[in-house]
Design a protein around this ligand. Structure first.
Ligand code: GLN
Length: 252
């Protein structure tokens, strides 16, 4: 199961979030704590997307994060007010290609999926029926995560609120492919939406920032686990304090 991390707050070095902490994504790529649903390492690619004043910048690879000699030098000087980073453990049958690594992006959005859509690829037909054909033909990669991104993106383009787009995709996919694992994360650098749907997720709220991550990256006592089948919505609009809400999915 892959791992992902999102950050909103004052500009910080991206390497300080992704590479340096004691249990960083870099460390989780080869020594994750909680691989409860199979897999032992996250070696099938990685991606880092960040906001530093304009549209997001994305760097992704199909190789393990720990084998990239340029990453420290690349991320060290970058200060970002929003980050979405992920390490990938490809689901069996899905290709190890750069375009299958999160974050997926379009315009101001970055998106990631930890988990699996059950019944793949048979379930794709009923899911794809919910998509405009042009979107299906432009999937980033032949993977469940890329299809989920296409579903979310189509709803954003229809003008849906980001939390509603993400929540409705989780509930629709679960209806078509029950017992799917659907930890999704979506951010535009100011707001962030993430779901905990049969996989781990934690939040870290400080006086001026929010982090949402599959696993805590350090021992800060403010890390709080998100209950299963819940959605996190977070926002940072300086100079106000960050906002964070955790709601049950599918009860309204
Ligand atoms: N199923 C997705 C993929 O293969 C995500 C994999 C994961 O969470 N391990 O890209």
């Amino acid at each position: 199961m892959c791992r992902h991390l999102g950050y909103l707050g004052p500009a910080v070095p991206v390497s300080g979030l992704v590479l340096d902490p004691p249990h960083s994504l870099l460390r989780q790529s080869w020594a994750p704590r909680d691989m409860r649903h199979g897999g032992t390492i996250n070696a099938d690619g990685f991606g880092v997307g960040w906001f530093a004043g304009g549209p997001p910048v994305v760097y992704r690879r199909s190789s393990p994060m720990w084998t990239d000699p340029a990453l420290g030098a690349l991320l060290g000087p970058v200060h970002a007010t929003g980050v979405l980073a992920a390490v990938r453990s490809a689901t069996v049958g899905m290709p190890v290609v750069e375009t299958a690594s999160a974050p997926f992006t379009d315009g101001r959005w970055l998106f990631s999926h930890n988990g699996v859509v059950r019944g793949w690829p048979e379930s794709v037909e009923s899911l794809a029926a919910r998509l405009p054909v042009t979107d299906l033909m432009t999937l980033d990669a032949p993977t469940d995560a890329a299809l989920l991104w296409a579903l979310v993106r189509a709803r954003l383009r229809d003008g849906q609120d980001p939390a509603k787009a993400v929540a409705s995709v989780v509930l629709d996919v679960d209806a078509v492919a029950p017992e799917s694992r659907l930890n999704l994360m979506l951010t535009d650098g100011r707001s962030l939406v993430a779901t905990a749907w049969t996989h781990s997720l934690s939040t870290l709220l400080t006086e001026d920032s929010v982090v949402v991550a599959s696993e805590p990256y350090d021992t800060d006592p403010r890390w709080t686990p998100v209950p299963d089948r819940h959605i996190v919505t977070a926002g940072v609009t300086p100079p106000g304090p960050p906002s964070l809400a955790v709601l049950r999915l599918g009860t309204d």
